[in-house]
Design a protein around this ligand. Structure first.
Ligand SMILES: NC(=O)c1ccc[n+]([C@@H]2O[C@H](COP(=O)([O-])OP(=O)(O)OC[C@H]3O[C@@H](n4cnc5c(N)ncnc54)[C@H](O)[C@@H]3O)[C@@H](O)[C@H]2O)c1
Ligand SMILES: [Zn+2]
Length: 382
């Protein structure tokens, strides 16, 4: 037998910047990035794609972006800033992929130019996908505008859209070239979106960092009351934990394990079962409650620990039960979760607050009992 052996690795590096008023002409952060990556004799193009929800909250945003880039000679803004609808609908509408790929083509965005997405996790996931498939990968810069996208989805390496309502069925691993987290955007989020991203911080604290969990307990009141400084700390710490995990583990998820998806097997299904009426972060809060109770029922968590988790989520204002959990539909989420990763079913549970541990099977009857418990204790009277 004759074998040619091939092996190489590709190094990815990117910075996540934390700032305020990114498009203020006095803020050099974004321009400095392009100056640093400037190629003499060639002006790279920038194609901006904006989330309609962000523009609604910041109507002067397009004008500010134009003004920000008006007096410099490093990069060229393409003539249009493209505004697309935000929210999960952006990932459920395949015509948007076409529309954005068409813009890449029309404006001649090549592999040395940039696509910049300003928006929530949904718009970022869609734009990241479009950037990844156009010309086999265009550089993309993420400017996340929600709590969830600043502390989790926007700082990671994944993108994707839904296919026939199946979450993230189409997508790729494609790290951004830079992420700019601007805390001023968070001020215009509605209460649901302000809150929903906090569940990713609860998640990562539960599996990795009991000190951060304690901080969340102490600051739950401030977070629920929209204290900006508390939220800035949360976003920074949560982003840091996600980045550390990605770099130290299995960034492109070659194995079957996905620890950062604690509480997610049921959450993804619940989002779909409710026609995406329940936000991702809200579904994750319920998923965390379910898998924490399940861990308690296995004898892994103490009663006191599970109470702390449920009480924190309640204090943050999350509902911990949804009628769509009724019946067995949510259990299909287990099989779909396994299929998405491939290989062996691998679900993260909790050994204690701050320590996760994986299992390879779940007892469906125990899951049903956990759902019944949540229904009895959490269901809102109709
Ligand atoms: N790629 C990943 O690794 C990863 C990780 C976690 C979650 N996600 C995905 O992220 C998505 C959820 O993202 P999300 O929670 O950011 O919500 P979202 O993107 O769906 O946005 C929610 C709503 O907020 C609006 N909005 C965004 N920014 C705003 C602002 N600054 N002011 C006012 N309104 C604003 C949007 O227009 C939308 O209506 C889900 O699809 C989830 O699956 C991806
Ligand atoms: Zn998530």
């Amino acid at each position: 037998m004759n074998t040619l052996h091939q092996s190489f690795s590709v190094r990815f590096t990117y910075d996540v910047y934390f700032t305020e008023n990114l498009f203020d002409t006095l803020n050099p952060a974004l321009l400095d990035f392009f100056k640093k990556h400037h190629t003499e004799g060639y002006r790279k193009k920038l194609l901006f794609i904006l989330d309609q929800g962000v523009v609604a909250g910041h109507p002067d945003l397009p004008e500010r972006i134009n003004t920000y880039f008006a007096s410099q000679s490093v990069v060229d803004l393409v003539p249009d800033l493209i505004v697309i609808p935000g929210g999960e609908g952006a990932k459920n509408d395949p015509t948007l992929v076409d529309r954005l790929v068409d813009a890449v083509d029309r404006y001649g965005i090549d592999r040395h130019s940039y696509v910049l997405a300003v928006g929530g996790g949904s718009v970022l996931d869609l734009v990241g996908y479009v950037a990844a498939i156009s010309h086999r990968g265009i550089r993309h810069v993420r400017i996340p505008t929600t709590v969830l996208s600043q502390n989790d989805s926007g700082v990671g390496v994944k993108n994707g859209i839904n296919y026939h309502s199946k979450k993230n069925f189409l997508g790729s691993f494609a790290p951004p070239v830079a992420v700019f987290n601007d805390s001023t955007f968070l001020t215009t989020l509605d209460d649901r979106d302000w809150r929903s991203g906090i569940s990713e911080a609860v998640k990562v604290a539960l599996i990795k960092d009991q000190v951060f969990f304690g901080w969340l307990e102490e600051n739950a009141g401030k977070l629920a009351a929209r204290d900006k400084a508390a939220m800035e700390y949360l976003v920074h710490r949560c982003a840091e934990l996600h980045l550390n995990h990605i770099a130290s583990g299995d960034p492109f998820e070659m194995g079957s394990s996905r620890p950062l998806d604690f509480g997610h097997w049921s959450a993804h299904k619940l989002e779909q079962l409710t026609g995406f009426e329940v936000r991702h972060g809200e579904a994750v809060a319920i998923g965390i409650a379910m898998d924490s109770l399940y861990s308690y029922r296995l004898g892994w968590l103490t009663q006191a620990e599970v109470n702390r988790i449920l009480n924190l989520e309640r204090a943050l204002g999350f509902d911990l039960y949804h009628p769509a959990l009724e019946g067995d539909s949510v259990l299909k989420g287990l099989g779909e979760f396994r299929e998405h990763l491939g290989g062996l079913l691998t679900i993260m549970l909790l050994r204690s607050i701050g320590t996760g541990e994986e299992v390879h099977e779940m007892d469906e009857n125990l899951i049903r009992e956990v759902i019944t418990t949540l229904k009895e204790t959490e269901a809102q009277p109709v």
